[in-house]
Ligand binder design. Structure first.
Ligand SMILES: [Zn+2]
Length: 63
């Protein structure tokens, strides 16, 4: 799934999957896929740990 973003250099619309801007040919700064995926993976890991912690606290707490 791709998303419409704006070029940092000319402000033109482009797809975030594009390697370079179709208007001014500047290299896209939205193309840092390795970093983005690493961050998302870490977010999922933290979210899972947080969910497990909440579940344990909910089970341990007296009702
Ligand atoms: Zn541009």
């Amino acid at each position: 799934m791709s998303q419409q973003v704006y070029c940092l250099y000319c402000g033109g619309k482009m797809e975030d999957g594009e390697a370079s801007c179709p208007h001014c040919q500047a290299p896209s700064h939205f193309q840092e896929r390795g970093f983005a995926e690493g961050g998302r993976l870490r977010f999922i890991l933290y979210f899972t740990l947080f969910a497990i912690a909440v579940l344990l606290v909910a089970l341990w707490l007296p009702r």
